[in-house]
Design a protein around this ligand. Structure first.
Ligand code: NAD
Length: 356
């Protein structure tokens, strides 16, 4: 029995998480696997109940489980609280408590949704199927920062720092991911300017050469990568990059595929346990109306089956059912063209289950 902790969170979180749970139960039944689910609070709902965005019992439940599925946290009700009480604190707290230093974000353009792609049709037709591997707990977001007085006035600084160990472990994740795909890693940096990027290049090439001779690794400067993503995204398989570059490039890549309601993500550490969540937020504008697209969360559950639970056949089945649902023309409001029938969150979930 695999133990899954559910953190539905706020807004549409509970609706989309219950869709993903229904799909996991259905695929488990089909393949003779069973899951136990424990639901805990984090984010705004936890603030309302306990006064804290991340109660200790939530952290403990996540630590006690095989993996974590999260909906989304936050909303206008909690926007005016002081920084240490903001719902987003729950995400950072969970990442650090679970030791999650990698963020994996696939960006895939579904042939059935070609018209939703923001690129010229001749570029979109070549396809987009890439995974962004972003370092999650180092770099400038965690480096030394502050303000200081200089003869010219006040200045502020943030520091980008990466250790050999941090670069080695994230490179291994990127190479392992590439091995399960098309075997190509593009390592993105700013080595023409930054010393941290020069170390990044040295270490990532050494790890790839010594441990993954079957994986092809090439370098690309971040400014060029931002351009290549809109010019010819079909060239990318796995993109390996630092925390800040990954933050920016993964949003760019996700927008190319049409709807943020469709995209999953995984945060991973050294063990098999991970935290899986759709890339979108809590969508307060449609919360409680049964209108949310559950596919990003359902595909996050598929990633969990593959990466944390070692149940690749179940992951394949869920991903193929989502493919079929989309190619059969079924749509929620966020991806529907004007003339298309719009399904509710629960109807879309059922459509996926019917195609398993
Ligand atoms: P959002 O992603 O919640 O919504 C942006 C737009 O996309 C909205 O119009 C929304 O209706 C739509 N949308 C998002 N997900 C959808 C889905 N599954 N189906 C259909 N439509 C969908 O971003 P936002 O409005 O900037 O943020 C709302 C709240 O979410 C804020 O409090 C923000 O801090 C929080 N947030 C949380 C996370 C997270 O928990 N990981 C991530 C981003 C934003």
């Amino acid at each position: 029995m695999r133990r899954i902790t559910l953190v539905p969170g706020d807004g549409i979180g509970p609706e989309i998480v219950s869709g993903a749970v229904a799909v996991m139960k259905a695929v488990g039944e089909k393949f003779g696997e069973s899951f136990s689910f424990t639901t805990v609070d984090a984010g705004g709902c936890a603030i309302d109940r306990t006064g804290k965005p991340l109660p200790e019992e939530t952290v403990q439940a996540c630590l006690d489980s095989d993996s974590v599925l999260l909906g989304a946290v936050g909303g206008p009700r909690w926007d005016t609280l002081p920084a240490h009480l903001r719902p987003e604190k729950a995400l950072l707290g969970l990442r650090s408590a679970l030791g999650l230093y990698t963020n994996l974000r696939p960006a895939r353009l579904y042939p059935a949704l070609l018209s939703a792609c923001t690129l010229r049709p001749d570029i979109a037709l070549k396809g987009i199927d890439l995974v962004m591997v972003r370092e999650l707990t180092g770099g400038i977001y965690f480096g030394e920062r502050g303000r200081r007085e200089t003869p010219g006035g006040t200045e502020a600084f943030d520091t980008e720092a990466y250790s050999v160990m941090e670069i080695e472990r994230i490179t291994r994740v990127a190479c392992q991911t590439a091995r399960k795909r098309r075997g190509q890693v593009t390592s993105v940096d700013k080595a023409n300017v930054l010393e941290s990027s020069r170390l990044w290049r040295e270490v990532s090439h050494r790890v790839a050469r010594e441990e993954f001779p079957d994986v092809e690794i090439r370098d690309m400067l971040v400014d060029n990568c931002a351009m290549q993503l809109v010019r010819n995204p079909s060239q990318f398989d796995v993109i390996l990059t630092s925390n800040m570059f990954g933050d920016i490039l993964s949003d760019e890549a996700s927008q190319l595929t049409g709807s943020i309601g469709l995209l999953p993500s995984a945060s991973l550490g050294d063990g098999s346990r991970g935290m899986y969540e759709p890339i979108h937020g809590s969508a307060p504008d449609i919360a409680g109306q049964n209108r949310a697209n559950p596919l990003g969360t359902i595909l996050s559950a598929a990633m969990m089956l593959r990466y944390s639970l070692d149940l690749a056949p179940l992951a394949d089945a869920v991903e193929q059912a989502v493919d079929r649902t989309l190619s059969d023309g079924l749509r929620t409001g966020d991806i529907a063209a004007q003339s298309e029938t719009v399904l509710s969150c629960t109807e879309m979930t059922q459509a996926v289950i019917d195609r398993l």
